[in-house]
Ligand binder design. Structure first.
Ligand code: ISL
Length: 544
């Protein structure tokens, strides 16, 4: 028997950019409630909400100053309870973001920990610097570039922060911290939420603070990545809490191999239900995400195949709030609709839990930035300045951040072609993409040929189709420009064809079957070639 989370299509909401109900330019909970019917109609069965907690917004919610309260910009706890109720009434589950690797430096715990004698000192990693206190305690580097330590002028000591300087890492080997986290978990599960997306969960436990090996990025990784202590903690959370509430968990796991992912998700281990892995998001990267190379579709196909075969419960995603938009990345803006639909076919036909990111269903694209002040993301600024300090030319740094900035995903959702894309009646916190006049929900709703209606159709098909929900995956090799695979149960077999190139590609065999769906107008029932960005599903009658 499948669990509820194996049956549903998930949809990620980045609340700040989703829908603003009160005209302050910032998305909010009431805005989300106003779109629940839209989401229901789209066919999604569960929402992942990026952080709604109180936060000074250095990293827009991923720096939490109070876990047990809602950021007033988004509404109140009462609003959140309403959202839960309204979503559940529509049979939509809700999972929240759980950020426990770090808090904000404005969290009470951290403020108190600044005092060396406080019982909160050991909630974080406070250490003496080296070289007479002037240099960081070790050579670790941050995910957001530069050293992973920050000096506190007052006490002269340093604190560890793997992300921004306003995100001090929590010390999870302190049992008091673990108890605090359990309180937070119970608080929201008692309220009725259905699970958690666990932020950077595989780096939460630091086994030692020794110097890291010499690596180009993320020095120190071997001391905190996939540690035994992390497994131990997850098992504790899971057996004491998650399993008691039948809560679903998906861990964001940076730099994991299939084996490391299995170690976190194998049912016998009682840790997590699933993970977000990143390898398929790295196929167009050289070394780190800021250095993009040309996208080669076969690399994506091969990586997806590796994970489809390598892990029992996969998640499938091409976008989230940290990644540039997929249509111009794995697809093509020249073939916007076709390629967005091809990616949709892939997303919903692969084995595993599909996650759609807000706006993906209308093929929202990257933002045409033209000034550094357009960027709100702390990462874009720190990477830009870090690169400049290293002497990398302005022009190159500009190119790197415009292509890769997380703000590409965070521009407001385009609801209409009107003022501010219908996102807000005020001034949006992040600029709206000017293409909203053409690309918006209103224009695509009810338009049979639109990307939105294609998503709607395919989600509905998947919701009612056991082969897509539970069938085995098998890649059929044809040529490296196309991705052809079967999904099969005892009841039958579906064959899925996806061409992520702008050329017609010939297949080695002729495939025939009953046509189920396709992104070209003439849905075919036999294939010996695929047109540019063509995608199709047939019910197999075998090859001939
Ligand atoms: O986005 C990244 C690089 O641009 C990743 O390295 C990202 O920082 C990493 O995947 C962790 O992401 C999560 O934790 C961060 C937060 O900024 C991200 O938004 C969140 O998804 C720190 O909490």
């Amino acid at each position: 028997m499948n669990k509820w989370w194996q049956e549903r299509v998930f949809y990620q909401i980045y609340p700040r950019s989703f829908c603003d109900s009160d005209g302050d330019g910032i998305g909010d909970i009431k805005g989300i409630i106003s779109k629940l019917d839209y989401l229901k109609n789209l066919g999604v069965g569960a929402l992942w909400l990026s952080p709604l907690y109180r936060s000074p917004n250095d990293d827009y919610g991923y720096d939490i100053s109070d876990y047990l309260d809602i950021n007033p910009e988004y509404g109140t706890m009462r609003d959140f309870e309403d959202l839960l109720k309204e979503a559940h009434m529509r049979d939509i589950k809700i999972i929240m973001d759980l950020v426990i690797n770090h808090t904000s430096d404005e969290h009470e715990w951290f403020k108190k920990s600044r005092d060396k004698d406080s019982q909160y000192r050991d909630y974080y990693f406070w250490r003496q610097g080296r070289g007479g206190g002037k240099k960081p305690p070790n050579n670790w580097t941050s995910f957001f570039s530069g050293p992973a330590w920050q000096r506190d002028e007052e006490s002269g000591e340093w604190y560890l922060r793997l992300f921004s300087k306003k995100q001090p890492d929590l010390n999870l080997s302190n049992p008091k911290v673990v108890e605090e986290i359990k309180k937070i978990l119970r608080f929201y599960l008692d309220m009725g939420i259905d699970g958690f997306r666990c932020d950077v969960i595989n780096v939460i436990y630091k086994t030692s603070l020794l110097d890291g090996k010499n690596r180009f990025v993320l020095k120190g990784l071997e001391h905190y990545h996939s540690q035994e202590g992390c497994h131990r903690l997850l098992k504790e959370f899971s057996t004491e809490i998650f399993e008691k509430y039948d809560a679903f968990t998906v861990g964001e796991t940076v730099l994991v191999s299939p084996q490391q992912a299995r170690d976190l998700t194998d049912t016998g281990r009682h840790e997590l239900n699933s993970v977000f892995s990143f390898e398929h998001m790295e196929v167009d990267q050289w070394l780190v995400k800021w250095f993009k190379t040309k996208f080669k579709p076969h690399k994506l196909y091969d990586t997806l195949t590796k994970w489809q075969n390598g892990l029992e419960t996969n998640t499938v995603y091409f976008e989230n709030h940290d990644q540039p938009r997929s249509v111009g990345r794995f697809g093509s803006l020249e073939y916007r609709d076709l390629s967005a639909k091809a990616l949709c076919t892939l997303l919903l036909c692969l084995r595993g839990i599909p996650f759609i990111y807000q706006g993906q269903e209308i093929a929202m694209a990257n933002y045409p930035f033209d000034d550094l002040t357009d960027f709100k993301d702390t990462e874009s600024h720190s990477v830009y300045h870090f690169g400049r300090k290293l002497g990398i030319p302005k022009k190159l740094m500009w190119k790197l951040i415009t292509k890769t900035s997380r703000d590409n995903a965070r521009t407001p959702v385009q609801w209409t072609g009107g003022k501010n894309a219908g996102f807000t009646s005020g001034t949006p916190w992040l600029k709206v993409n000017p293409d909203h006049t053409e690309i918006n929900v209103e224009a695509q709703s009810g338009l049979k040929s639109s990307v939105l209606e294609y998503y709607r159709g395919l989600i509905r098909f998947r919701n009612g189709n056991d082969i897509l929900k539970s069938g085995a995956f098998k890649r059929i090799y044809d040529n490296k420009s196309v991705f052809c695979f079967e999904r099969e149960t005892l009841e039958g077999k579906l064959v899925v064809f996806v061409n992520l190139t702008n050329k017609t590609q010939r297949l080695k065999n002729l495939y025939r079957g009953e046509a189920i769906a396709g992104n070209y107008d003439d849905i075919k029932n036999k294939f010996d070639e695929l047109r540019p960005y063509e995608a199709a599903i047939i019910k197999s009658l075998g090859k001939q």
